[in-house]
Ligand binder design. Structure first.
Ligand SMILES: Cc1ncc(COP(=O)(O)O)c(C=O)c1O
Length: 374
């Protein structure tokens, strides 16, 4: 298989663990194993810990173990034949590779997490982009453009709401348009909902898995704050699509890690508690960012996220690539430039889901004072 390097992941690999101040992460504040085991109180946590110590490290069921699937049925409102548990990144790979074939037409939201369009390209699909633009202080796609992109020959529309990196979230009406249009054209939707649960100024919308023609991706990495578990799920009322991804999993991991699934079950059952704490951190940080970028309005054009931990502001003085390199060198401050999203608009990603965001913002403020003068 030939595929381009995953630019964002290569950038993180280079800087994530050797810089002090992360300005651009997409995950939220994490939890310890102890906190997850104790979500229902200390006594319950101790019993969980005793059970975990005795867990046999055997192979597990490919689709996911029964405790995790039970918990997921409640989270997704989808029964077992429509569910598959795996690592989120792996599930993108499995779904796209099992569903798509060379020359299929695919429409993908843009900008986007690279796996979402690079995998269709690597399969040999005709991949076209449905772009988001800033309009009157809000990110917005053009729905007339979607109508013209979605020809009857289109096999798949790939979306990601809440959106990484812009923080765009469709309104209920916009979601309805996407559902209606794709159903009318017979197009399947792959909906990456990794940032679901991090809605700020907007309501949480129905998941695409409620729609007949969609497959959704969910996970514990972002809002719930458990990226180290590497656990996510595909959900769809179309059982044959899930079955095809499940069958391909025999060539990736076969089954999930037993300790990971042990920890995922209480996390899924306590998901609202996990999300609530991280939404509170995010709301606080978004307000810090609003005040910060108001003070630096002549240097940076800021659009707050409607949902999700990330925003994609525009640098108005100097080159963003140079800014990111200098920030790493001079301040140990990691900032993600727009080129890793294949965008050339002098933008950078800001990630506000962690408690250490205000510290990174303060260092960025010092950096911008120098930048203003250079
Ligand atoms: C939109 C989107 N989908 C999927 C993923 C993959 O999630 P994970 O890193 O947990 O595999 C990410 C990670 O950043 C993402 O931003």
């Amino acid at each position: 298989m030939k595929i381009r390097d995953f630019q964002l992941e290569r950038y993180f690999a280079k800087y994530e663990f050797n810089t002090k101040y992360p300005l651009s992460p997409s995950d939220c504040e994490t939890w310890s194993i102890e906190e997850i085991l104790q979500l229902k109180g200390k006594e319950h946590g101790e019993k969980n810990f005793e059970r975990m110590k005795k867990l046999r490290l055997s192979y597990t069921e490919s689709r996911g173990n029964s405790g995790v699937l039970d918990a997921l049925e409640a989270v997704c409102g989808i029964g077992r034949p429509g569910l598959l548990v795996g690592c989120p990144e792996e599930l993108i790979f499995l779904f796209l590779n099992s569903f798509l074939e060379k020359k299929d037409r695919v429409v993908c939201i843009s900008p986007a997490y690279q796996a979402l369009y690079e995998l269709p390209c690597s399969i040999g699909c005709e991949t076209v982009f449905w772009r988001l633009f800033p309009v009157n202080g809000r990110w917005s796609p053009d729905f007339d453009e979607l109508e013209s992109l979605l020809r009857t020959s289109t096999k798949l529309l790939i979306v990601n709401f809440p959106h990484n990196p812009t923080g765009y979230m469709p309104t209920r009406e916009e979601l309805g348009w996407i559902e209606e249009l794709t159903a009318r054209r017979g197009v399947t939707v792959f909906s990456d909902e990794m940032y679901r649960g991090l809605e700020l100024s907007v309501p949480r919308l129905p998941t695409f898995s409620e729609f007949e023609n969609a497959v959704t991706l969910g996970g514990l990495s972002k809002g719930p704050g458990l990226p180290g578990l590497r656990l996510g799920w595909l959900a769809s009322p179309q059982h044959d699509l899930i079955e095809a991804a499940l069958t391909m999993k025999d060539y990736t991991t076969i089954c999930n890690s037993a300790p990971v699934e042990f920890l995922a079950e209480p996390a899924l059952r306590g998901m609202e508690v996990l999300l609530e704490r991280n939404r509170a951190i995010l709301s606080f940080n978004v307000e810090q960012a609003r005040m910060f970028f108001e003070r630096h309005a002549e240097l940076v054009e800021w659009i707050p996220p409607a949902a999700g931990p990330t925003a994609f502001p525009r640098l108005m003085k100097g080159d963003v690539g140079e800014m990111c390199s200098r920030a790493v060198e001079e301040k140990s401050l990691m900032i993600l430039p727009d080129k890793v999203f294949d965008v050339k608009d002098n933008r950078f990603r800001v990630g506000m889901g962690r408690k250490n965001f205000p510290a990174a913002l303060e260092v960025f403020g010092e950096f911008l004072e120098d930048w203003r003068r250079h």
